[in-house]
Design a protein around this ligand. Sequence first.
Ligand code: PLP
Length: 469
Amino acid sequence: MTFLEDGAIALKALHEFAEASRRREGLVVRQPEISALAAKLDIERLISEGGLQGERLQHFLADYLAVSTQLHHPGYMAHQVAVPVMQSAIAALIDGSTNNAMAIYEMGPAGAAAEFTVLNWMLKKIGWRPAAVPADYARSSGGVLMHGGSLANLTALLAARARVAPDAWERGTPGDLVIVAPPACHYSLTRAAGIMGLGQNAIWHAPTDALGRIDAGRLAGVLREIGAKGLKPLAVVANACSTALGLYDPLRDIARACREHGVWLHVDGAHGASALLSPRLRHLLDGIDEASSVVWDAHKMLRASTLCAALLVREARDLDQTFREDASYLFHDKDEPGFDFVHRTVECTKAALGLKVLFALAYEGEGAIAATIERQTELAKAAAAYLRGRPGIEVAVEPETNIVCFRFRDGDDAHQLALRRRLMDEGSFYISTTEALGKRWLRLALMNPLTELSDIEALVARLSALRKE
Ligand SMILES: *Cc1c(COP(=O)(O)O)cnc(C)c1O
């Protein structure tokens, strides 16, 4: 079989999978036992004998998709992973076929141009200065795309380290550095402290209000206290928005405290930076332009297929000083018409991630993506209002984004978990769960533009029925 014929088989199967999901057919989530599943898919035999083409491919895909989680199903309300614009998956196919590992310009000029331009589009959304070739450090911000917000958060803290402790690359991370972050920060930040050799104890909790948002008024006091102890803040980390509850920290006021103390402000906008596209919602990110670095995932609210995160820095120089290396086959003085990203990221061989963002945005245009973000936020607010109106249900906070947390008042934390377990076993809805404000919640991340309030009503009806069983 040719690539065209097998490609047609795959495209047809994927199209039908997504269409059936959109019609609410099948189960959103199924979890067969893994070794039985591997046997059913005949994976070992395929590896040893080959033949994954034509009819065999068709059967394989049927079995594979039959147990795949159906993100395109409106009952998918679980994790902050995009229900992708299908056309952005075409970008993954193009990248997979051309394999232009574009970390150095000569390996993939088109992919590099896509990344460079997408990054500049993001920089302008923040209110920063786009980059130019050749680099003009005095006047440009900068960025790089990589595999996920977790890696991007680590890289942001490494960039901050290069500024605060320029010797760290040679001498190791000094032990007097601390990271100031709210308790509700993403786990990748505490993990980064571990990876960097600072240890998780180097995380100082930022003062917060009753809902876990940074209390900017008390931040300066904490920064002074750190100084008085002979320690040095590596960075202040702010959520925009937090993973569990979807709340935004007050960036403008936080930035003021950071500026007064000369501290690097890192904004973790993995989920929430996309609100910058919406004139109605971008006030939530007011002050983001005063940050030193921002992480912004495209595979969440920008609807790009996984995996694609941007690390953006206000001063391009900061990112160019983050890593230092000696690999003469890659790094040498070049007179080239393009741009090498390789020195800005942990990754060496690098996928053309800009293409995925481009294809997600360029199918309908950025206005349509912005409209979807607004719609999902409205849906979350409507869901919260509906849930609050139900006797016996408590809603954690008024949503600022497309995340809603609720729980059944008469049950303890274990009850909420058991309820979710039973729902997952049925598979007709897929929701997540989280701890926040000292309690366990059932959590909806409303990623799917086809999810309606009636789907949420049906979910609650199902949960109520399960409670009676
Ligand atoms: C999702 C998320 C991350 C992690 O990003 P990945 O792309 O999943 O690695 C980090 N921070 C926040 C606030 C997030 O919502």
